[in-house]
Design a binder for this molecule. Structure first.
Ligand SMILES: Nc1nc2c(c(=O)[nH]1)N[C@H]1C(S)=C(S)[C@@H](COP(=O)(O)OP(=O)(O)OC[C@H]3O[C@@H](n4cnc5c(=O)[nH]c(N)nc54)[C@H](O)[C@@H]3O)O[C@H]1N2
Ligand SMILES: Nc1nc2c(c(=O)[nH]1)N[C@H]1C(S)=C(S)[C@@H](COP(=O)(O)OP(=O)(O)OC[C@H]3O[C@@H](n4cnc5c(=O)[nH]c(N)nc54)[C@H](O)[C@@H]3O)O[C@H]1N2
Ligand code: SF4
Ligand SMILES: [Mo]
Length: 795
């Protein structure tokens, strides 16, 4: 099979090929293709080719995995994939290396002091019981918590079962990567549209005139809360067609390099910029709500609130000239097809909720909302457990502040407090101190603020169990690690990601490689551990019965009768839930009630996926589902935070400190891909980017080691002097610092880097969502004392 592959300058590739299929076409073509989607594969000499969706990020690229002699021989883009059409990035080609990583745990391990012992699964669960039971018996479930990490959202088993563990174990509240990520967006979506996952996304494939990217770098990340393969290709398309792309970011990123304009902005001031845009829209009479006008409430409140936010009043704080802000407002209002997109740089900051909310507000005021090319609501073909059980606005109001954390007194927001509270809840004595922890696919010792404190706190736990595939900076503290199967030994079917997708589609992937004998599936691991935490004996857990109970609960939430639905299935597990989610989704057959409706089998029969169409205007449907009469443009809970922003804008910047922001790289995925040799080769990426003027002022040269200090901690890191930073701002990637004792990730250790979250103060959060502010951290940067050179022997 020949693919005409073009490699973009950013390292991603796209293959040219036939147009993507339609539902009908894909189903018709299925007979021929189906063989390739099975575990047997289609023979190509001794090679079998398996079509599979990459689970590493939201782009959900279709891959061709070539297997020879039971091992991955190579991975190529699948140009026939209806969704990604041949797009791929370097990470996707390394799934074989992840599968074969010698450090990836193949069996559970139990820690004896500093050494690890491989054990059988029965022994592992017995050990979980042995370490957890006495703590829970003595102190009750309130001393137990869980940390859930990012890969959970991309893992078919964990996404559908982690909630059972939390519920059965009686965990009062969990910690998660969500509060170092998109919590501000969850808060604004809940208050504006009625559901925390009711998040509109740019309809980027149909944006033609103006694309404004704020605090996102899709060149590296490939998109987030925006599932769209080949975003850089869309940027090129917009520009080729005469449209403009503007990137608002303190760093001239790879995305900015591909855009028409880079607008540097002081970290944490995006909300001020956007308030000024809102001001101009009202002041100049440019507000035009467009087709969604009948559904918008709160416009007068917003007009009043924006009155004082002149561009002049924010230009010093943002360092974006007032004229440019005015111009931006006018360009947005004048553009026929435009959208503003904001992501992690707007969430992970001090004014995350205000900034996230205002991105939607500006799109709404300029009529780029619920209309093609603007901000639209995706229509996923299936529901995910997260959206099915999401917080939606109750009659009494939003679920905020119903309780407070024990040590810091942080108000709960959507059931969680900041991830950085975990350390203090473990290391602060008193009733209710956290004594037992379960981590599921999370590495909080690297990924959360106040990382050094957490590192010291984790050994103070009485019991810790990790469901994870590596011994890393977090799991090294566990008593037991329970590893799931290899990444290519499991089926894959995305669920939550379609919630952010620029079109409706779905893809089923069979396992590429056979399962190891005598190894439980990851969902079975979760259920068995859940039962143990709930007080059952490790050797008496009936996993199948628990699974039936969970499935029946989900069936009831869908308004159906388990007695009718259960007989449809011979086997349980996440696949059964996936089928339920498709059949009760918008295109589903509702178990025979809708003639011609979809079931999971339809996706299994379409190895290149099923395309179900672009986004369509659906604001009325979205609001009705939430029981909302209209979009709440100016929710009190959010607008009450504007005075805090005003005070920040008026406070003079401290000239002695620089502001630290984060960055991503195409070849990383948070903390956990650095053990893949192909992804860490080349020059050191874990550097502090610094503008030449700042470097000169600090007396630092390119490549020199510097000491970076914040109120939370101090690290040493090599400086990279570059004008891609705006003056006053420095940038470091997160996810590094792999030289801790006791981990087992040899390649990562050889490319250790430094953990930037040692610098992130735990209490530095977006006040109203509790989300971490890992961007905009005040730091000082100074040269490290140069060690005296060894005397050179004279000769
Ligand atoms: N290759 C790769 N892909 C990934 C990941 C990864 O680690 N590596 N992680 C995945 C995950 S979990 C997520 S959530 C997504 C995130 O996806 P993105 O949101 O695209 O994340 P980043 O690439 O970190 O880009 C964030 C940008 O925000 C800028 N920024 C920082 N502070 C501010 C600010 O105050 N204002 C503005 N305007 N900009 C600011 C930074 O300079 C940076 O360029 O990526 C996902 N995809
Ligand atoms: N400074 C700074 N900090 C940040 C960010 C930032 O931009 N700047 N970004 C934040 C964001 S957006 C996120 S999402 C978080 C991520 O925070 P985390 O989710 O805590 O961190 P990851 O590095 O993604 O760790 C994933 C863990 O899952 C394990 N794992 C991988 N695959 C599997 C699997 O299939 N099964 C199981 N059981 N385990 C698996 C890995 O071994 C690893 O331990 O980091 C946040 N931290
Ligand atoms: S862009 Fe994301 S989904 Fe596509 S190959 Fe890369 S990591 Fe995988
Ligand atoms: Mo994330």
């Amino acid at each position: 099979m020949s693919t005409a592959q073009q490699t973009d300058g950013d390292g991603t590739a796209r293959t040219t090929g036939p147009a993507a299929g339609t539902v009908q076409g894909a189903i018709e073509g299925a007979t021929e293709g189906a063989a390739q989607s099975t575990g047997e594969g289609a023979a190509e000499g001794a090679t079998t080719v398996h079509r599979r969706t990459c689970h590493l990020c939201e782009a959900m690229c279709g891959l061709e995995v070539h297997v020879r002699d039971g091992r991955v021989h190579k991975i190529r883009p699948n140009r026939d994939d209806v969704w990604s059409k041949g797009h791929i990035c370097p990470k996707g080609t390394t799934l074989g290396a992840l599968q074969e990583d010698p450090d990836r745990l193949r069996a559970p391990v139990v820690r004896d002091g500093d050494t690890w012992r491989e054990v059988t699964w029965d022994e592992a669960f017995a050990e979980c019981e042995r370490v957890m039971r006495p703590v829970l018996d003595a102190y009750g479930p309130q001393v137990l918590t869980a940390f859930l990490g990012n890969p959970l959202a991309h893992n078919m088993a964990l996404a559908r079962y982690a909630g059972v563990l939390v519920g059965m174990a009686g965990i009062h509240h969990i910690y998660s990567s969500g509060t170092v990520d998109q919590w501000p967006k969850n808060v604004s979506a809940l208050l504006m549209y009625g559901g925390m996952w009711t998040i509109p996304v740019p309809d980027l494939r149909r944006t033609d005139d103006l694309f404004v990217v704020m605090g996102a770098n899709p060149q590296a990340s490939q998109g987030s809360l925006l599932a769209c393969p080949d975003i850089m290709g869309e940027i090129k398309r917009i520009r080729r067609g005469g449209g403009r792309v503007v990137v608002v970011d303190p760093r001239r990123t790879g995305t900015a390099d591909a855009a028409d304009e880079w607008l540097p902005i002081v970290p944490g001031t995006d909300a001020a910029l956007l308030m000024a845009v809102v001001h101009v829209l009202f002041a100049d009479g440019l507000v035009d709500l467009g087709p969604a006008a009948a559904h918008i409430a709160g416009i007068d409140t917003l007009r009043d609130l924006a009155r004082d936010w002149t561009p002049e009043s924010v230009e010093d704080a943002t360092r974006v000239p007032a004229d440019r802000i005015r111009q931006l407002a006018r360009e947005l209002a004048a553009a026929r097809s435009a959208v503003v997109y904001g992501r992690i740089g707007l969430c992970n900051q001090e004014f995350g909720t205000l900034a996230s909310w205002l991105v939607d507000v500006v799109n709404i005021l300029t009529g780029h909302f619920d209309t093609p090319g603007g901000l639209m609501f995706p229509k996923p073909m299936n529901w995910s457990v997260a959206t099915l059980t999401q917080h939606s606005k109750s009659a009494e109001g939003a679920p905020f502040g119903r309780w407070h954390s024990r040590v810091r007194g942080a108000p709960e927001v959507l059931g969680q407090v900041p991830a950085s509270c975990l350390a203090e809840e473990i290391d602060t004595e008193g009733e209710g101190r956290i004594r037992a922890l379960v981590t599921i696919a999370g590495n909080p010792a690297v990924s959360t603020p106040g990382a050094a404190r957490l590192r010291e706190a984790l050994p103070k736990l009485d019991a810790m169990v990790s469901i994870d595939n590596w011994i890393n900076e977090t799991t090294r503290h566990a008593n037991v690690i329970l590893p799931g199967p290899g990444p290519l030994q499991v089926p894959h079917f995305d669920d939550l990601m379609w919630n952010f997708a620029v079109g409706s589609a779905g893809k089923w992937s069979e396992p590429v490689l056979p399962a190891d004998p005598d190894r439980p599936a990851e969902w079975e691991i979760v259920l068995r551990l859940a039962a143990i935490l709930a007080g059952q004996k490790a050797d008496e857990v009936d996993v199948a019965a628990l699974d039936d109970m969970w499935f029946s609960t989900l069936v009831r939430i869908c308004g159906l009768d388990p007695d009718e639905v259960l007989p449809h299935y011979e086997r349980g597990g996440p696949e059964r839930i996936a089928d339920l989610s498709v059949r009760t989704g918008p295109w589903g057959d509702r178990y025979g009630r809708v003639e011609g409706g979809l079931t999971l089998q339809d996706f299994k029969d379409a190895p290149n996926g099923l395309e179900l169409g672009p986004m369509e205007p659906r604001i009325a449907e979205v609001l009705a589902a939430a029981g909302f009469e209209s979009v709440q443009l100016a929710p009190d809970y959010i607008t009450a935070d504007l005075p805090r922003l005003r005070a920040h804008v008026e406070r003079a910047a401290d000239p002695s400190s620089l502001l630290l922001v984060s960055r991503r790289h195409l070849r990383s995925k948070n903390s956990w891909l650095h053990n893949v040799p192909a992804l860490v080769g080349g020059t050191n990426r874990c550097t502090l980017l610094m503008h030449p003027d700042d470097a000169a002022r600090a007396g630092l040269a390119d490549g020199q080691d510097a000491e970076v200090a914040s109120p939370e901690g101090t690290i040493n890191v090599a400086v990279q002097v570059t004008d891609e930073m705006m003056p006053g701002v420095v940038s470091m990637p997160h996810g590094w610092g792999h030289d801790e004792p006791g981990t087992r990730m040899a390649t990562a250790r050889a490319h250790a880097g430094v953990n930037s979250n040692v610098l992130a103060p735990g209490a530095f959060v977006d006040a109203i969502s509790g989300n971490a502010a890992v961007n905009g951290i005040p730091v000082t940067v100074a040269p490290l004392p140069v060690p005296a050179a060894e005397p050179v022997p004279a000769g």
